[in-house]
Design a protein around this ligand. Sequence first.
Ligand code: EPU
Length: 348
Amino acid sequence: MSNSPVADLAPDSLLPVVQDLTRLNTLGLASEAGAFVTLKAPAQLPALSALARQASPLLVLGGGSNLVLPERVPGLVARVAFKGVRLLEARPDAWIVEAAGGESWHGFVSACIAQGWDGLENLALIPGTVGAAPVQNIGAYGVELEERFHSLTAWDVREARYVEMRAADCRYSYRDSAFKHDAPGRWVIVSVRFSLPRPWRPVLGYPDLQRHAKLAGESPSARDVFDAVCDIRRAKLPDPAVIGNAGSFFKNPIVPAAMRDALTDRHPGLVSYVQPDGRYKLAAGWLIDQCGWKGRTLGAAGVHDRQALVLVNRGGATAADIMGLARAVQDAVAARYGVRLEPEPVVV
Ligand code: EPU
């Protein structure tokens, strides 16, 4: 018999440990969890529900790419590490593909392209996991997750049961879903199914794609779009492995048409996009840039020098540094344009 308590644990049990989270959040904020578990298999989910009743709140961690963590995270942290990708159905009108919540998003997109299951290429290189993707309804270069979403299986931590959700249940809108409005720690997204329309048609409307040399030919492939998106992101967005960041730190604000018209009169360069409901989405990066914040530093936090929507950790930043800079940027934009920017990441 082994004398290690860990070796004697049943495969469906969980033993919380103290864990340094500095490398588990892409902003690279120094942070520690007093109680941390890794979910390797769905069989551990009942044990998670039992643990979460004793140690609350629960923070469900994916790739840590959309989080601002304090130095000490209270309660329980559970990292989702379920793995697996499979084709469920090859229908004449769509590929139905399923991925486990702990798969890396970009790894999953790459695997789909390699298999010829095209349709996610505009979402290449987004950091994070498959399970986190529906939470904020990730989107880039003209495609949003909800447009390729089929359904998902989630574990309801509070009720200790599985729930199947279709798109309507997830209540998707721009960078938003039902999961963001429910109690934090209520759901673990176990697996997500995607419906990738056949025949495949490229989505090339986004200005950066129209300008890209790889997409100038007659009939670009999904691989060409994938490569172009990777090029564009690498040129504009900092790699979290090199400089800590959480992608766009603010959402692009959506305002009534009258407000956008009044702003455009005063600021003719204003970048805005009309929405299906007639309102306008303003380019927050442009607003921040015009306020002179691009490339600036406050404490150990900075505004990225190639994309003003991204805040970066210049080295040793804390949540207070990041949030202090965020507030300074919000105040500057509000004073000049009368619009209050809303942070995109979850601030723990
Ligand atoms: N702009 C500036 N200065 C800047 C940044 C942007 O003038 O510093 C202008 C650009 O020239 C362009 C407009 O603002 O005219 C929009 O910029 P961009 O195309 O870079 O896109 P974005 O609206 O800033 C959004 C997403 C990104 C996504 C890109 C491409 C949000 C919050 N962000 O950024 O998503 O990659 O579109 O689709 O919606 C993320 O969520 O982490 C993310 C990176």
